[in-house]
Design a protein around this ligand. Structure first.
Ligand code: SF4
Length: 337
């Protein structure tokens, strides 16, 4: 166990966690909503600092981050736990492990060792992913510091429910994020994620203020968040509040976890959502979990020249020269482009 960061001590050995927007008030001997932070005698502990459950090399396109070092390898780690309880979670066996089966599995791997492994495996970034990195922030923070010493980027794949305090604390360490904007109605967030939409929107805006590179992903779930008015409202929010250069990935849902009765997203719904995003003025809108060349390529917002062609997570052609479109000279936004 490791003493947690970002919490306040209260009367009667209670604590208030300031890591995510749930702001759990936790009595002595109890855990927070994420089930991986526990109060012992008025001190809050992380139960997952020494519980690395996944460590893989992934293409950075798998995060998905299409505008961060395209074609690079990202050392991808996770511990069990999540502060959301999404009924359609694709990684529920590890994200909900503590709550669903009452165990927290994983092994102790020192932050310096994680960074060394990333370098040894020819990765140029570390991705904190698969589950919610906010809830293992103590491990992520120490690993991010070790990564920086070795010249690596740090990227979070997150539900965006961390506090501004956490983001302030990670200044200079966190380079890029892919944030799930799961829907654009609060009912969905409350019913399916046990969270609130406004917190995610505030996080997204604040990340942009801090200069973190932001990409957004939305899993389109038939009948739950794929109404065209809602998709348009989401696209308008991204363009207006985050900027037209913010890549948006609209991704295909497949039945999973507690949502096995909903069919996979129809391919045409993804094509339509992408067009809504482009019509709203977003420069880069991609489709995910769908083999379709048009939805995977990066096109120059200046002259429509094809800049990057992809097949799944593989880059089949990259025409960008010195960070610019070779035809019209438009600077392509991102990191390490
Ligand atoms: S990280 Fe979030 S869910 Fe977990 S204890 Fe802290 S406030 Fe609660």
């Amino acid at each position: 166990m490791k003493e947690a960061l970002l919490y306040d001590k209260l009367e009667k050995n209670q604590v208030k966690c300031r890591l995510c927007r749930h702001g759990c008030r936790i009595r002595d001997g109890k855990r927070g909503i994420c089930f991986v932070r526990e109060n012992h005698g008025g001190i809050l502990y992380s139960l997952v600092y020494d519980k690395v459950i996944s460590a893989n090399v992934d293409p950075i396109e798998k995060k998905p981050l299409f505008h961060v070092q395209p074609g690079s390898r990202s050392f991808s780690i996770a511990t069990p736990g999540c502060n959301f309880r999404c009924s359609f979670c694709q990684n529920y066996t590890i994200s909900q492990m503590a709550r669903d089966v009452g165990r927290i599995e994983g092994e102790a791997v020192a932050p310096a060792r994680l960074a060394e492994l990333a370098v040894a495996r020819k990765c140029t970034s570390i991705a904190y992913t698969y589950t919610e990195p906010t809830i293992y922030y103590e491990l992520a923070r120490d690993t991010m510091a070790e990564a920086k010493k070795r010249g690596l980027l740090n990227v979070f794949v997150t539900n965006g429910y961390m506090t501004r305090d956490m983001l302030d604390d990670s200044k200079g360490l966190l380079d890029a994020v892919n944030v799930d904007l799961k829907a654009f109605n609060d009912h969905f967030y409350k019913k399916y994620c046990k969270a609130r939409r406004a917190g995610v929107m505030d996080t997204l805006r604040y990340m942009k203020q801090l200069g973190i590179w932001v990409e957004v992903t939305t899993l389109l779930i038939p009948g739950l968040n794929d109404n065209t008015d809602e998709v348009k409202a989401m696209a308008d929010f991204i363009r207006r509040d985050l900027g037209p250069e913010t890549p948006w990935h609209v991704s295909r849902f497949f039945p999973n976890y507690l949502e096995t009765r909903i069919p996979p997203t129809d391919a045409q719904a993804l094509v339509t959502a992408r067009q809504i995003g482009l019509d709203a003025g977003l420069s880069y809108v991609y489709t995910g979990n769908l083999p379709w060349a048009d939805g995977e390529k990066t096109v120059c917002p200046g002259c429509a020249h094809v800049l990057i062609q992809r097949s799944g997570y593989t880059i089949t052609r990259n025409n960008i020269k010195d960070g610019r479109c070779p035809k019209c000279g438009h600077a392509v936004e991102g990191i390490g482009i």
